[in-house]
Design a binder for this molecule. Structure first.
Ligand code: CA
Length: 475
């Protein structure tokens, strides 16, 4: 490589791998994302370190875990004086821009930094006729559909760029975040089909931690007006209503995904037409996954696979072989050092992630990470009652500790719970329905994983003194 590559970093919000046909979705077709996967590398073990919007975004931008960057919950803004990869690229001579969802604070000295140009949605923003914010408090009112408008902005930016410098363009879609409002052209999509149900749709959560059984993420917890946009038809029994709710929910979600896929197609076409496809690193990812009726749930937060896994597709023809698949573990904290190495920019010494460039080249180095550390902090938030927890995922197992955060969460609801553990064998039980923590074999495995978990926490510096737990015993 003789010239620094461009970066087109496309990130959606809550787009689960299993709603992408390149990942084997049984629900929908995503031809443009599939094209990206086919021309580059699909990561099958990319994970977020905290499955919620702002914290995952902060981890991606800063290359650090949330206990380090401070964005542990949705309510914690990103300190815009922190190092981020866009700032580093900007300082290295890149032209940098951000369009779409930011959700890490703005205004009063807290605007996004590291971008020559930015236009963001306030907070979550709106799907239809959204308002955008720019530097200096400028408010831009737009007519149209949010995914299309963000794409328009990206293409306009590329058209007007300085062609003497490489660019790093962040296209951050709001979609498919709740409340799943499709573009008018997709209103009728999937109207005539019944979507298949995931294998764990009727999971009764037997044997799982009591705090997991209590989360408010079931189909019955969807809001009929905001989420389903329709009153529940009369005369349905409970089981029929749950299925009706799922159909409404999943079709709205997938309609919103359809516009994202079209956006990716437009952006890839632009790169082709402009002759810069070979020297542009294209990334598609989402800040985390999502439950699509899996275990009877919607939403994310929990460390279960559907929520933990991020889609990650990377195309860079100068380096990555087409149609490649990587099953080595990478986490969102690894993104920033990876992008920096691709750009030929030296990272600061205190980044916590590891560059995945060797994986992109098809050579997993000896000793590459074989486990990842996760922590979710918003203990018993009023909307979802999801417990705080941390855990370790290896290639074959997952150990989760619901530690009953003694500090709690402001506004927390629900009773105080004892510490509970879950252990899953991901090879024998990929759907995570059998908690092995109470079995003899499980206790032996858990004891070993607990050692690794303690070591991993120490290594990343998450050594909160209030949470020093004994090894797991039975629940
Ligand atoms: Ca999200």
């Amino acid at each position: 490589m003789t010239t620094a590559p461009n970066f087109l970093f496309v990130m959606s919000d809550d787009h689960a791998c299993h709603a992408i046909s390149a990942y084997g979705s049984l629900l929908n077709q995503t031809p443009h994302l599939d094209r990206l996967a086919g021309e580059g590398m699909r990561f099958d073990a990319a994970f977020c370190t905290n499955s919620i919007c702002a914290p995952s975004r902060a981890a991606i931008l800063t290359g650090t875990y949330n206990h380090r960057n401070g964005v542990t919950t949705l309510d914690a803004p990103l300190d815009n004086g922190l190092w981020t990869f866009p700032q580093a690229l900007q300082a290295a001579g890149y032209q940098t821009a951000l369009f779409g969802k930011w959700h890490l604070g703005h205004g009063r000295g807290a605007d996004p930094s590291g971008f020559d140009k930015w236009r963001i949605l306030p907070g979550q923003g709106h799907y239809h006729n959204p308002v955008f914010l720019e530097a200096d408090g400028v408010v831009v009112e737009r007519g149209g559909y949010v995914t299309d408008l963000i794409t328009d902005d990206c293409i306009d930016y590329l058209d007007g760029r300085d062609r003497s410098k490489p660019f790093a363009l962040l296209c951050h879609h709001k979609a498919p975040h709740r409340s799943w409002e499709p573009a008018p052209r997709h209103f009728d999509l999937y109207d005539d089909v019944e979507m298949p149900y995931p294998p764990t749709f009727t999971d009764d959560l037997d044997g799982r931690a009591e705090v997991v059984q209590a989360v408010k993420m079931r189909m019955m917890d969807l809001d009929p007006i905001i989420d389903l946009k329709s009153p529940v038809p009369p005369g349905l029994d409970r089981e029929e209503e749950i299925r009706w709710r799922y159909q409404r929910y999943i079709k709205e979600y997938l309609r919103v995904v359809a516009a994202i896929d079209e956006s990716v197609g437009r952006l890839l076409d632009y790169l082709d037409d402009d002759g810069i496809a070979d020297n542009t690193v294209v990334v598609y990812t989402s800040d985390q996954g999502f439950f699509l009726g899996d275990h009877g749930w919607f939403d994310k937060r929990l460390m279960y696979e559907e929520s933990l896994a991020m889609p990650l597709l990377v195309r860079y023809p100068d380096m990555i072989a087409a149609q490649s698949v990587c099953d080595d573990i990478v986490v969102n904290v690894d993104f920033a050092p990876t992008i920096l190495e691709l750009a030929g920019v030296e990272p600061p010494g205190d980044l916590q992630g590891t560059s995945a460039v060797p994986l992109l080249e098809g050579n997993a180095p000896e000793g590459w990470q074989d486990s990842m550390y996760y922590r979710y902090w918003m203990h018993n938030d009023p909307s979802h009652s999801c417990p705080a927890h941390f855990g370790l995922r290896t290639r074959t197992h997952k150990l989760i500790c619901y530690y009953n955060d003694p500090m709690g969460q402001p506004g927390a609801s629900g009773p105080s719970n004892p510490v509970e553990w879950e252990l899953f064998d991901l090879v024998a039980d990929p759907h995570e329905v059998i908690n092995l923590i109470d079995t003899h074999e499980g206790r032996l495995i858990a004891a070993e994983l607990h050692q690794q978990l303690v070591e991993h926490r120490r290594r990343v510096g998450d050594v909160d003194e209030t949470i020093q737990l004994a090894p797991p015993t039975s629940n």
